[in-house]
Design a protein around this ligand. Structure first.
Ligand code: UDP
Length: 242
C-alpha cells in the first residue's frame, strides 16, 4: 500500500531514526519457562515473542511417524491482542503458512535422523506484533531448541530486509511494512550461510534483490551473536547458582 508518509528522508534517516542498515533493538532471554524442554523470550522492536519447545517425544498419532527421522511441528500463533485490530483467535491461512515455512527451515538444521518416529513441537506465541514476526519467531525458536538440547548443525537465525520509498533497508518496522514496496524475510544457518527460508512480498529488481538479500544476511549475523549471548548467559547463571 502506498502512502503520503515519507518513510525515509533525504539523509537516509527512517521514521524511527534508524539508518538503512540498522536493525531495531533486540533482547533475547533463554530458558524462561520451567515446564517446557526449552524456551525463549524475545523482543525485537515492538515484537514480543515467546517460544516453547517440547520433545523429542513419540509422534502421535502413529501414522504421522516417520520411521527414519523426527517430524518438526512448528506452530506459529498470533495472539488476538497482539495487533491493533483484534485478530480472530485460532489458525488462519497466514499462520498455517508461517508454521509450515518455519517447520521446514528448522528441519534443515535439526539432526532429525537421530530421533526416528519422534515429534519435536515448537510453539511460537506472538504476544505483540509490529512487523517481522516470522523472523522474530524463527530466531526465538533457534534459541529455544538450543535450550532444549536438541542436536542441530547450527542455531538458525532470521532477519528481513526490504524496500521503502525506493531505498533498500534492513528489518522493516510496522509503517515500513504497511506502506513500503517490498519485504524479504530470510533465515540462514549462520555457520555456512545456507539459506533455510526465503520469502518475498512486493517487487524488487534483481539489483535490489541482491542488495536486500545481503542486508538480510548481514542482519542475521548480528542477531546470531545476540542469540549466542542469550544461551551463554543462561548457562553461566545456572552454573553460578550451583
Ligand atoms: N498484522 C496484523 N494483523 C494480522 C496479520 C498481521 O496487524 O492479522 C500485522 C502485524 O504487525 C505483522 C505485520 O502485519 O507483524 C506484518 O505481517 P506479515 O504477514 O508481513 O508477517 P511478519 O512481517 O509479521 O512476519
Amino acid at each position: 500500500m502506498k502512502s503520503d508518509i515519507e518513510l525515509i528522508d533525504s539523509n537516509g534517516k527512517r521514521l524511527d531514526g534508524r539508518g538503512p542498515e540498522d536493525l531495531r533493538p533486540i533482547k533475547i532471554e533463554a530458558g524462561v519457562l520451567h515446564r517446557a524442554d526449552g524456551s525463549c523470550y524475545l523482543e525485537w522492536g515492538g515484537n514480543k515473542v515467546l517460544v516453547a519447545v517440547y520433545g523429542p517425544r513419540e509422534a502421535i498419532p502413529r501414522h504421522s511417524q516417520n520411521p527414519l527421522r523426527a517430524i518438526v511441528n512448528a506452530k506459529y500463533n498470533m495472539a488476538a491482542f497482539s495487533v491493533e485490530d483484534r485478530k480472530r483467535p485460532g489458525p488462519d491461512r497466514r499462520s498455517r503458512e508461517i508454521s509450515k515455512v518455519i517447520s521446514e527451515a528448522l528441519e534443515k538444521v535439526i539432526l532429525t535422523e537421530q530421533f526416528p518416529r519422534a515429534a519435536i513441537d515448537v510453539n511460537i506465541e506472538v504476544l505483540d506484533a509490529e512487523a517481522g514476526t516470522r523472523c522474530a519467531g524463527l530466531t526465538a525458536a533457534g534459541v529455544a531448541l538450543a535450550d532444549a538440547g536438541i542436536p542441530m548443525t547450527d542455531i538458525p537465525v532470521s532477519c528481513a530486509a526490504g524496500k521503502i520509498d525506493g531505498h533498500v533497508v534492513a528489518d522493516l518496522g510496522k509503517e515500513e511494512d504497511n506502506f513500503g514496496d517490498a519485504d524479504l524475510p530470510v533465515a540462514i544457518s549462520p555457520r555456512t550461510d545456507e539459506v533455510i527460508l526465503l520469502q518475498m512480498d512486493g517487487h524488487l529488481t534483481l539489483d535490489e534483490f541482491n542488495k536486500a538479500f545481503d542486508l538480510a544476511v548481514n542482519g542475521c549475523h548480528v542477531v546470531s551473536e545476540i542469540q549466542k549471548k542469550a544461551i551463554l548467559d543462561k548457562y553461566q547463571s545456572a552454573s553460578e547458582a550451583e
